[in-house]
Each structure stands twice: as C-alpha cells, then as structure tokens.
Design a binder for this molecule. Structure first.
Ligand code: RB5
Length: 165
C-alpha cells in the first residue's frame, strides 16, 4: 500500500498525548494521512473514550489502521479489542510489531507512553505499518477463528470452533 493512501486513526489519553504528537509528526513526515481523534491536551482524560472512537473508525472502514497511546497501552488495547472487527496489538518491541501484522493481521496498534521512549515507539510504529499480513494458510485460518469467536460468543464456541475451514 502506498503511504499516501494509508489513512491512520490515532488517539491517546493524557498520558499518551506527548507521544501521540511525536508519532503524528513522524507519520506525516513519512507521507501517511493521520486523523487525530484527540486528546488535545495533558488534562486528565479517560482512555476508553478516545480508544473506542479510534477502534470504530477502523471497524467501519473509515481508516485503514488505528494507533492508540495511553500510559501502558493496556487500557487502550482492552477497549479496542471489544469492538467487532478490531484486532488490537499492544507492542513493546519491533519483533512484536512485525508478528502482530504478519501473523495476527492486527489493524490497531497500542503503545505505552510510560513504557517506551519516543524512538523505540516510532521504530515499533514503522515496523508495524510496513509489515504485511503473511497470508499463510494457518494464519488466515487463525484470524478467521478470531472473527468467529466475535460472532458466536463464548457460549456456542466449543460447538463450532473446530469446524472452521
Ligand atoms: C492513566 O493514568 C493510565 O491509567 C492510562 O494511561 C493507561 O495506562 C491505562 O491502561
């Protein structure tokens, strides 16, 4: 995918605000299109609010990918993974970023601003955005099982999880 045609939804809480500004500047420098869902200051904010909006933008197809930043990345990733169609990956290093895309076809990246330095966060982001899904049969099958789990819910899961082609 050409960078110019990749639309990224990005958002943070107060703890991720500074890192979000840094990552947006780097993304724009590289030619990515960013849609900033806030927050717009260091004032206390609840990570579920912005995380949900970013996740919806990806799930609805308004943006290709999402990036969420809070203190640890944990809260944001929990929220995003509640939204159907979202596979949010909390990444602490470049290896996790590459695997999140290649194996899990992750469409949202969560970063922890209190855990990562700016440079590492940017390297993770670059790796994540430039690694394609492997499309290998076993990974396609596993991602399909994730979608199935979303659709059937836990109750019916044992009945049909192994019937996925
Ligand atoms: C805010 O203090 C912090 O709890 C939040 O940024 C995040 O780390 C939650 O998971």
């Amino acid at each position: 995918m050409l960078k110019g045609s990749v639309r990224i939804a990005i958002g943070s809480d107060h703890a991720g605000y500074e890192l979000k500004r840094y990552i947006i500047a780097k993304l724009r420098e590289e030619g990515y299109e960013c849609v900033d869902f806030g927050v717009d200051s260091r004032e206390n904010a609840d990570y579920p609010d912005v995380s949900y909006e970013v996740a919806l933008a990806v799930a609805r197809g308004n943006c290709d990918f999402g990036i969420l930043i809070c203190g640890t990345g944990i809260g944001s990733s929990i929220v995003a993974n509640k939204v159907c169609g979202v596979r949010c990956s909390l990444c602490l290093n470049e290896y996790m970023a590459a695997m999140a895309r290649a194996h899990n076809d992750a469409n949202v990246l969560a970063l922890g601003a209190r855990v990562l330095g700016n440079e590492l966060a940017w390297n993770i982001t670059k790796t994540w955005l430039t690694t394609p899904f492997s499309n290998e049969e076993r990974h396609v099958r596993r991602v399909r099982k994730i979608s199935l789990i979303e659709r059937v819910g836990k109750g019916c899961l044992t009945a049909c999880i192994n019937k996925v082609e």
